[in-house]
Unconditional design. Sequence first.
Length: 547
Amino acid sequence: MIYQAGMWAFGFTIAFLLIYYVFPGFVAMLALALYALFTITALKLIGATFSLAAIAGFILSVGMAVDANILVFERLKEELRGGKTLAAAIELGFKRALPAIVDSNACTILTSLVLMILGTGPVKGFATTLIIGVAISLFTAVTITRSLLKFFVGSGLGANEKWYGLSRQWFGEKLEAEADRRQMPIVQKRNVFFLISGLVILPGLIAVGMGGIKRNVEFLGGYEVSVRMGDRQETTAQLVANLEKAGISGGNVKLAGEGSNRLAYITVGEVKGTDDVEAAKIKIAEAAGFTAGDVAGGQNVGPTIQQEMVRNAILGVIISSILIVLYLAIRFGFALGGFPVGLRFSFAVIMALLHDVLLVVGLAAIFGFALGWEISGLFVTAMLTVIGFSTHDSIVIFDRIRENLRRHIPGEDIGTLINRSVTQSIARSINTSGVVIVSLILLIAIGSATPDLKFFNTVMLCGIVAGTYSSIWNAAPILYVLDRWFAKSRGEHATLLGITAQELKAQRILSQTARPAGQASEPTEDTGYGQVRRRKAKPTGEQEIED
């Protein structure tokens, strides 16, 4: 069923790109097809097992790979609306989208590396798939999509601007196009958004306090048994039903491998009537419908393993958060004001992530009360992936804030600048999150063969909705509140606008000092990874773009 869900998710993604972005969507379809081919080939080469968690990771990575294309296409449309030629718009679109693409994907890879190091079994499979998928998506989006677009435009096949979806006014596109004149009141309504977050989180925290978090065998201890499937075609749901008929409730089944090498991994909390591990393994296998000869292995998950699981889960969240803080502080500090200034952006991101983690944990408690769902290693995987996705969203918005700080409109205050930056990013946030959300809904509806996997996908869905909300309506206002605190405590020179003005002034002085006398300066626009230098228009009206 998960394969069917994956096909539907991939089909929806392609249809959306074609309808919304038209010709660039067609180019993205070609790039995504190559992306899927490269990713599956890479997984085959390293001998990765296509477990349910790994397949779910691949499907999620497809949705996230689309984000790089959406970032580029939104920037391309913005440049075309600004009057650039098609060739110049493509070049500038990729250049200006590159910082956000690299930074957001780097944070996803960091959290996935933590999963690989600290996780076990399906968790490692999910992390491996996600790392490979993200790395390949960087290549396909930045290199293949760019090369194909330039080829089609150069050959005349894609040279008509009408094929670039400029007339689309969906999903925040109209707001984004009018961002310079009219902005969403994000900063002015910040207390309302903070209140909404608190009201949504509170019921979950109450559920946690009442004992709603229910842990499965991985955290409480029990038995894990692997049995050979052979040519049997039972689904995981059927095997779980067999266990329940035999009086073993709360069991979980995962399938892995292909053909005659397929294995079923069965976990249960306890087996009544025996304390012997070997006897328990046989009893579990027979309860699921197998024979003693089908047993391939197994173990008793004791208190020591349980403690290690809990410790690794906590360490995973802490280490991922620290790595994200350091990375963002270095990256944004490098672009603006140094490491201490970068920490301001990191702090705002971490506060938004805290919102997402509290919401996800609270939902786990509510689901535990209402549906009896238990948390497992996959729950930790879902939570860390939500952290990566939410960071991804926040980085895109903060990168636009950084860019607008260096292209400041005279007389504009920091609140208006932040509102404008969020408004300029709203279409991209809605489009990207929408693609991933629809993919997860399909996984929940037709691709969740076990309660464990359904819980995982549901947590992912709720977490990504929460992450989209927090990155737009929490992270940016928190950055504003922090900036106003610096203004009151240290003066306007310590604010983001003040620091940017000082840096730009210093750059102008250095530029004038280094330039030979009498040579006129050329206007430049900072991109964060260097400068895009525009020369005066040629008689043909075309512009030259230099790195």
